[in-house]
Design a protein around this ligand. Sequence first.
Ligand code: ZN
Length: 340
Amino acid sequence: MRATVLHAPGDVRVEEIDDPRIIEPTDAVIRLTAACVCGSDLWPYRGAEPVDGPMPMGHEYVGVVEEVGSEVATVKPGQFVVGSFVASDGTCEICRSGYPSSCVHRVFMSQVGTQSERARIPWADGTLVATPGVPDSDLIPSLLAASDVLGTGWFGAVAAQAGPSRTVAVVGDGAVGLLGVLAARRLGAERVVIFSRHETRQRLAREFGATDIVTERGDEGVAALKELTGGLGAHSVIEAVGTQQSMQQAIRSTRPGGHIGFVGVSHDVSLNGQELFFSQVHLHGGPAPVRRFLPELIDLIWQRKIDPGRVFDLTLPLDQAAEAYRAMDERRAIKALLTP
Ligand SMILES: [Zn+2]
């Protein structure tokens, strides 16, 4: 089958690799209907994470089950499924407590690769959720978004305790930040402020429910946010970038007693202990437990109550994956969808 492989920073190719097959009795093999490039795929692409030899790429996926192992009970061949970017058994104590992305048996799908024609999904019962039927084609981008960026933005909003009568600030205007806006509004937030200086992203943020846009960043951004919130800062802040600057901006934007949901994959972030101590904020984050939210998110999409697929502003055939990476790296595209 054809699959996307990163050979070195900046060198991504689509090439023939072996077809996936059932290895464990808990596996499924799916045929991808759509895949996409994630902001986190850009870290190794840009050389900010090591590339040790050829690396299969991709961890977001929707598709049709082709084959299941002998122990798989909840999905069957022919069903359309959405899964999380982390495979999880669904039965361990961590999964049952709502944190399947830290399952004791977790497998990051980025180790498997899903920017391909097919993929092996470990722990199919714990990982995959079947949709009520075969989706209309216009629902596919939104279902694909649920696999990671929507689920991650949603977790950011939940972790930040976004809700009625609260002001939520979102640091980061990539797909996760934009969907954090959508999530915060769905969860009832009164006011949603996004930090963004990019016009098309601002527009989409408004459509997803942002009430205010702050174009300054860093401490100037914090000052502008404080001006909007009576000098106090936001109740809830979603951090969706993962850099030192964004994390610092998130902490400084949060009022004492407030909550931060940090879902940008952290790179070279070190926090000042004393500043953290006196900030008096709650910090909760990490790889989003997307599987926890999938049934609810699929239902909202199926009923056409949310349209998170709008973050995809570029669609290319799988063979042009290299161009999809370039477009996202150069910020010409918010998020690129690949059709195998
Ligand atoms: Zn588990």
